[in-house]
Each structure stands twice: as structure tokens, then as C-alpha cells.
Design a protein around this ligand. Structure first.
Ligand SMILES: [Zn+2]
Length: 252
């Protein structure tokens, strides 16, 4: 099982791991700083993790870099698993504007609404909905389950102003505890033998850039990500996620 927590920083997660309960639960497993040697955007990094191709090969770096129909040009790790008659479930992943998912029951929810909530206040509501769906889907039989959560990324992006006070910082960091809590809960429900929690990039709030930028550019991605697993070694580069999955599934 792979759980993606979009935008989770190794530094923030690790440094708060003795403060917040849900993050702390993960401390007994294998952690690694993951350096993102790709363009640190969600589509770019997730494409590398799940196709085993570097950015120079897949050329996807933004949500409009590729159309949904063009995704079938790629052989994803779950396609390889299915070729070996393994069962796969993939929750909605925003490689492009129209989220990709596979064998994941949406039960009437719209996949794009679950990955692109339009308003800051909807983010937690939408995530709760998504998590409910995860819990329902995860009890079906599978060999590979990929879960993607938009937190903590989306709350950074939607924050109207840069973080200016310690209290605001703590508020934002609490989202980590919430996000890790979802991952922990899903692991408790699914009880996978092998699991990996991984992120795709993290953030800085560069005050000096802020003044002339539109709000959504008040945060900038940085190539600092994390991986945590019960099956070491924990991936140190996005492409190693691909090989970690193949190793778990015993597919060449
Ligand atoms: Zn991201």
C-alpha cells in the first residue's frame, strides 16, 4: 500500500513527530528524507513515482501538460501489476486536470471535486469525504492500493497570506497531524503487510517574493519530501518509489 500525503515536508513532519500524536505514531518505522530530483510539482513527481520514468522522459510537470486521454501512452506500475494478474486499486490522482483513478468506487462523488476543492473551507470537508471512500474501498481485495490525499498541500496554497506569526504556523502544522491521522487510520483499517507513506515536495513562504505576486503564488514548492515505511530501505528519490512497489509485488 502506498499513501501519498501531498506536500508533506520531511523537516516539519520529523520535527513535530514528538509533538503531534498521529505523526508520532509513525516514528517507530523507517523514515527518509526524499530529495526530489524532478520538477517539484505534483504531476511531475507522481508521474515519476508511478511510471518509473524521469521528467525528461514523461515531460509532465503541470496539470495541463497532458490530457487525460494521453495518459494511456504510459505503462503505470499498476498496469504492470495487472499484467501479473494482481488486483489494483488507485484513488483519484491529479496527473492532469481530470483525475486518474482505477477500480476505485466513487459512490456518486466527482473525482475532480475530491482532488481540486474550489474553496479553502471545502478542503477538510472534501478530505473527510475522500477518506470515507478510502475506508470503503480498502476493504475490497487488492494486492496494490494507492491512496492520494491533497493534504497538507492544499491548505498551504489556499492560505491567503503568508504565515506571519508563530500561532499561524502552529495552525498550519496541525494539518500535518490531521493528514498523518488519516494515513494512520487507513493503515489500521487495511492492515497491509507492506506500506509506504510518501510526499511529493514541500514549501517555503518566501516573504521577499510575496508583495507582487498573486495569492496562489505566495508559497513556492521546494524539492524536499519524505518517505516512511515498514519495509526498508525507504525511498530517497521519487523513482525509488516505483522500485519499492515492484519489490513488494515481486514483479520484475
Ligand atoms: Zn503536490
Amino acid at each position: 500500500m502506498v499513501i501519498v500525503l501531498d506536500g508533506a515536508s520531511f523537516t516539519i513532519s520529523w520535527m513535530t513527530s514528538n509533538v503531534f500524536k498521529s505523526v508520532n505514531w509513525f516514528s517507530k518505522y523507517y523514515w527518509s528524507f526524499m530529495y526530489v530530483n524532478e520538477i517539484p510539482t505534483t504531476p511531475s513527481v507522481l508521474m515519476t513515482m508511478f511510471t518509473g520514468k524521469r521528467y525528461v522522459e514523461h515531460r509532465v510537470w503541470w496539470f495541463d501538460s497532458i490530457e487525460y486521454d494521453e495518459l494511456n501512452k504510459f505503462r503505470f506500475v499498476w498496469d504492470e501489476a495487472e499484467e501479473e494478474s494482481l488486483k489494483v486499486i488507485v484513488s483519484p490522482i491529479p496527473f492532469c486536470r481530470w483525475p486518474y483513478y482505477k477500480n476505485f468506487a466513487l459512490l456518486g462523488e466527482k473525482s475532480w471535486k475530491l482532488t481540486f476543492p474550489s474553496h479553502k473551507d471545502d478542503i477538510i470537508k472534501v478530505t473527510e469525504k475522500l477518506h470515507k471512500l478510502m475506508r470503503l474501498n480498502v476493504i475490497k481485495p487488492w494486492n496494490l492500493f494507492i491512496a492520494y490525499y491533497i493534504l497538507p498541500d492544499r491548505l498551504y496554497h489556499k492560505n491567503k497570506e503568508p504565515v506571519e506569526s508563530f500561532d499561524e504556523l502552529i495552525e498550519l502544522i496541525k494539518v500535518y497531524d490531521y493528514a498523518f491521522g488519516l494515513a494512520k487510520d487507513l493503515l489500521n483499517v487495511a492492515k497491509p503487510r507492506k506500506w509506504l507513506v510518501v510526499s511529493d515536495h514541500s514549501y517555503i513562504c518566501p516573504d521577499e517574493f510575496v508583495e507582487n505576486r498573486p495569492p496562489k503564488r505566495k508559497t513556492v514548492h521546494i524539492p524536499e519530501a519524505l518517505s516512511i515505511t515498514n519495509l526498508p530501505p525507504a525511498p530517497k528519490r521519487p523513482i525509488e518509489v516505483y522500485y519499492w512497489i515492484k519489490r513488494c509485488l515481486h514483479i520484475a
